[in-house]
Design a protein around this ligand. Structure first.
Ligand code: NAP
Ligand code: GCO
Length: 264
């Protein structure tokens, strides 16, 4: 029988106090998994723990910066001791900086690469040895439309998310023989705090031009919600996807399939 259950599994979702990570962890809990998350600030971990509790979920929260190898190694060891070996990892923590490339400092560029690309490398590296020992593992990298497309002001983010797509394929290639599947989810434009500046109402009450642009560019004719990503994530975390490896599942309301509307 097809098995979407995550009963008895331990799932670590990085940066999951709110937004997309919170929705994915909630979906995993609904499918039976024990939930572990981290965030970079203690107050966010506290906020996250309260939000999970409000959903009736007992989550385990840790303060940890995904770019710091020593912090990540210590967190993974603590999770193994306190909760169990991690069966499912979602590399969700990420940032964006919207700055024209010719005005962007190298330090800003490096920071985006560090969190969005080096972070998934560091956390994946920390969980893979125990997954090998256990004989299975699922790694899901949260990619982006910018794993495929460019646009003005997001050079560092696009470089990181394009790199994350290839890191996904490489983890799949390198560890598939150990029954570890590494896939990506490429969310379309999702309404979260990260994209709030792109949806801000104009002074005259009209929609932000980017908001109108995205709705026109999306065959589904709307922004996505974190909830839209829940089903695909459970699929990629479950045994139902055991022969799916190195794939990026775009959950974008059809953006990548669409040439766009003819101008009026
Ligand atoms: P979000 O609302 O900004 O949440 C990201 C979380 O990651 C925040 O809790 C953030 O904490 C945390 N974080 C940042 N740096 C960290 C670090 N070094 N270590 C640990 N945690 C850290 O973002 P979101 O919109 O939910 O996006 C989640 C993921 O989906 C990101 O990778 C993003 O690039 C990707 N994504 C988003 C969209 C979209 O349309 N929203 C589309 C495609 C992909 P702080 O609040 O302190 O920064
Ligand atoms: C932007 C957006 C995007 C989205 C997302 C798209 O400024 O273009 O923030 O990059 O967040 O990653 O999939």
């Amino acid at each position: 029988m097809v098995n979407f259950s995550l009963e008895g599994k331990v799932a670590l979702v990085t940066g999951a106090s709110y937004g997309i990570g919170f929705a994915l962890a909630t979906a995993f809990a609904q499918a039976g998994a024990k939930i572990v998350f981290n965030d970079i600030k203690p107050e966010l971990v506290e906020k996250g723990l309260a939000a999970y509790e409000a959903e009736g979920i007992k989550a385990h929260g840790y303060v940890c910066d995904v770019t710091k190898e020593d912090q990540v190694d210590a967190m993974v060891a603590q999770i193994e001791k306190e909760v169990g070996v991690i069966d499912i990892l979602v590399n969700n923590a990420g940032i964006i900086k919207r700055i024209p490339m010719h005005e962007m400092s190298a330090a800003d560029f490096r920071q985006v690469i560090d969190i969005d690309l080096n972070g998934p490398f560091i956390v994946s590296k920390a969980v893979i040895p125990s997954m090998i020992k256990k004989g299975h593992g699922k790694i899901i990298n949260i990619c982006s439309m910018m794993s495929e497309l460019g646009r003005e002001t997001v050079s560092a983010y696009a470089a990181a998310k394009g790199g994350l797509k290839m890191l996904t394929r490489n983890i799949a290639s390198e560890y598939g023989e150990y029954n570890i599947q590494c896939n990506g989810i490429g969310p379309g434009y999702i309404a979260t705090p990260q994209t709030a500046p792109l949806r801000e109402k104009q002074a005259d009450g009209s929609r932000h031009p980017f908001d109108a642009f995205i709705v026109a560019k999306t065959p589904a004719a709307r922004w996505g919600t974190p909830e839209d990503l829940m089903g695909p994530a459970v699929f990629l975390a479950s045994e139902a996807s055991d022969f799916v490896n190195g794939h990026i599942l775009y959950v974008d309301g059809g953006i990548l399939a669409y040439i766009g509307k003819q101008p009026k």
